[in-house]
Design a protein around this ligand. Structure first.
Ligand SMILES: *[C@@H]1O[C@H](CO)[C@@H](O)[C@H](O)[C@H]1NC(C)=O
Ligand SMILES: *[C@@H]1O[C@H](CO)[C@@H](O)[C@H](O)[C@H]1NC(C)=O
Ligand SMILES: *[C@@H]1O[C@H](CO)[C@@H](O)[C@H](O)[C@H]1NC(C)=O
Length: 641
């Protein structure tokens, strides 16, 4: 070790690291907009009031075809149930080990803090550490080697090592683990051609996508106000007409990355089958082919690959961490919020930080990275408030390392909340359907492509979906390299880098009717009358199946219980709610049947409160589609025997 420490350069680096470290941990006040002025939210509202459309501050999207009302994230009914969550930390104990990087040698160093050890464990005099090194095994799968215990001290991390778990224990009693910690490393890849990096990184924008699961536009403003403030700075656009596609994590992620729904790939292979995903072209493949380094990290599995799809693939490493730390039932286990002594999302953001430091700050290379977090936002709508400060801290660190000077950054979700108390509010309908999407263009890019900047400004208030986001990201490549050809997987998607036409409909945007927010609804309380309506829909489905002679294949359905009811609202050209001209009120009812069906159906009610119609083609079933019958309506309605 002495050869390393005697190096002056390293000492300098060491003090630099300590500074960054202190800066990071002593952060209390957030100075946003060090380089660029913050937009005052009041200011942007008054700008909106000046615009030609009178109802802009009442609507996110307002044209002849699509009207999406603006929902106040802080309305009294939400604030009555929004309780800032109690802090939840995985440990109060400071870390005995910290990571530092030596730029010259391109090596990570794991540092042991002996004085801290003495402070934490004054009675322990004989102790040792054991390192579990995670390396690439057969077919790139991470595997671990357990080293033999030795003195706890600094340790150089060879480049072949993707992660380390370290355990310090008492020598006299090996089952007394004093501290256990885990680190992953974005290592320099050996044997990559770096000759054109400098040139390439000037033309091709790096793309970093940061995702938070189950986060609506409204809930983002409500639970993550500091992060929301960060993304109001110059260069960011919030896409107010961004509509989710599914309420299924796998399908959404699949669509974002492939640009087409899983059904589209079905003739290719069964996407649920292990190994199938390895053969499909995803966003990162295009970036890889254009000379980018690629990364994919998530704290909870959404797509299962058997081979490494990107240069830096974090999830399997986290899985190995878990295996090592939780073997013999020694781990925390009960929730996935924590992994070892850290919050799970921390590993994801830290990995992004390492990538940005290594390849954006220290050596140039265009990057494509997708960083997806789920463990802090998924279960409870208010839980994200817990990590808001932490999230902004990471964004600040990314900024210090030049991310926002160079990269296009996309902060996104794929759908809103699907369960819990928000679903009972009048805004529940839109809470489900309007995920957040914020797109950042770096200064050089805005200068080089002023039209893109304008397009985003217009498109903020146009209907768009995850398919469009997919195409937009590919478009970032074709802009530099117009001859690049992609297989067209989605005919109706549009790149957000060009102005999306007004009057775009959900059908035109390939957004399924049931999740479309263009015909907005207000959630209403469940009543006995509505239960009767749901029963009637079930009756009609059974009738339909009988008429089509499908009873042999399909189960007879029994109504089980009502989930939600939404009442459709109609607006005039001034944006005021009006009564339907034909006197027919439209409701959407979501319910569960026996056996095993989750349905969303429409019901039309006339002015005498009688049922006018139950359109079969507007009934959607959510759980698995039926293979025992043909035809899309049949498929949808039939629960195979
Ligand atoms: C589309 O929008 C324009 C206004 O910009 C309107 O005049 C026209 O009727 C709309 N088209 C449809 C099909 O609604
Ligand atoms: C070691 O831990 C102590 C706290 O006991 C802390 O003050 C010090 O900065 C740490 N040293 C390093 C190098 O992190
Ligand atoms: C060894 O450590 C474990 C865990 O801390 C403890 O339960 C056990 O009593 C210890 N055994 C002895 C002999 O001190």
């Amino acid at each position: 070790m002495s050869w390393l420490l005697s190096n002056n350069g390293l000492l300098l680096l060491a003090s630099l690291f300590v500074c960054v470290y202190i800066y990071f941990y002593s952060f209390v006040r957030f100075e946003l907009a060090k380089t660029e002025p913050t937009i005052n939210p009041e200011q942007s509202i008054s700008q909106e009031e000046n615009s030609q459309i009178p109802s802009q501050n009442k609507f996110n999207v307002f044209d002849h075809v699509c009207k999406i009302p603006r929902v106040d994230p802080f309305s009294p009914d939400v604030m009555a149930i929004f309780e800032p969550p109690k802090p939840k930390t995985c440990t109060d104990q400071p870390g005995l080990f910290t990571v530092r990087y030596n730029k010259q040698q391109k090596l990570y160093l794991l540092r042991f803090n002996k004085s801290l050890f003495v402070k934490l464990f004054p009675s322990v005099t004989h102790y040792a550490c054991v390192f579990y090194e995670i390396v690439s095994g057969p077919s790139d799968k991470p595997i671990w080697n357990k080293g033999s215990p030795f003195t706890c001290s600094n340790r150089i991390v060879p480049r072949s090592i993707q992660g380390i778990v370290v355990e310090c224990f008492e020598l006299g009693n090996k089952s007394r683990i004093l501290q256990r910690d885990a680190f992953s490393f974005v290592q320099h890849l050996v044997g990559r051609n770096e000759a054109n990096d400098e040139k390439r990184s000037r033309a091709y924008p790096s793309v970093i996508m940061l995702g938070i699961d189950s986060m609506s536009q409204m809930n983002f403003q409500r639970t993550m106000p500091m992060t929301a403030k960060f993304v109001r700075q110059t260069g960011w656009s919030d896409m107010l007409g961004y509509n989710g596609l599914f309420n299924n994590g796998f399908k959404n992620m699949f669509d974002l990355l492939s640009g087409g729904s899983p059904q589209l790939w079905e003739q290719h292979c069964d996407v649920k089958r292990l190994g199938c995903l390895d053969t499909i072209t995803f966003l990162w493949n295009h970036f890889h082919n254009s000379g980018y380094l690629t990364a994919y990290a998530e704290d909870s599995l959404s797509l299962a690959f058997t081979r490494k799809p990107v240069d830096y693939y974090l999830y399997p490493i986290l899985k190995v961490f878990k295996e090592i730390m939780e073997r013999e039932g020694r781990g925390q286990g009960e929730s996935d919020y924590c992994l070892g002594r850290r919050e799970s999302f921390h590993y994801v953001f830290e990995s992004c930080l390492q990538l940005v430091q290594r390849f954006m700050n220290e050596t140039p290379k265009p990057l494509f990275g997708l960083y997806w977090t789920k463990t802090f936002s998924h279960e409870d709508f208010s839980a994200a408030a817990r990590v808001d400060r932490n999230f902004v801290r990471y964004l600040e660190l990314y900024r210090e390392h030049g991310l926002f000077d160079k990269a296009v950054v996309i902060l996104f979700s794929l759908h809103g909340q699907r369960k819990g108390p928000l679903m009972r509010l009048a805004s529940g309908f839109l809470e489900e359907r309007l995920p957040m999407l914020h797109i950042y263009l770096p200064p050089w890019y805005r200068k080089q492509y002023p039209d893109v900047r304008n397009a985003l400004e217009v498109n903020r208030r146009r209907l768009c979906s995850t398919y469009d986001l997919h195409l937009t990201i590919k478009n970032l490549l074709t802009q530099v390299h117009p001859n690049l050809e992609f297989e067209v997987v989605c005919n109706s998607c549009m790149s957000l880098l060009y102005i999306i036409p007004e009057n775009r409909s959900c059908a035109g945007a390939n957004i399924p009717e049931w999740i479309c927010s263009c015909e907005p609804c207000r959630r209403v309380p469940n009543t006995e009358l509505m239960r009767t309506w749901a029963k009637l829909i079930v009756f009609r489905i059974n009738q339909y199946l009988a008429r089509k002679k499908l009873i042999r294949y399909c189960s007879h359905l029994k109504f089980e219980h009502l989930i939600t009811v939404d009442h459709q609202e109609l607006y005039n050209s001034e944006g005021q709610i009006v009564k339907p001209a034909d006197g027919i009120q439209r409701y959407r009812i979501k319910f569960i049947t026996q056996p095993n069906g989750v349905f969303l159906g429409n019901i039309f009610i006339n002015s005498q409160n009688n049922i006018a119609d139950v359109p079969y083609h507007r009934i959607t079933r959510f759980n698995t589609h039926s293979k025992c019958v043909d035809g899309s309506i049949n498929n949808n309605l039939c629960v195979c025997r």
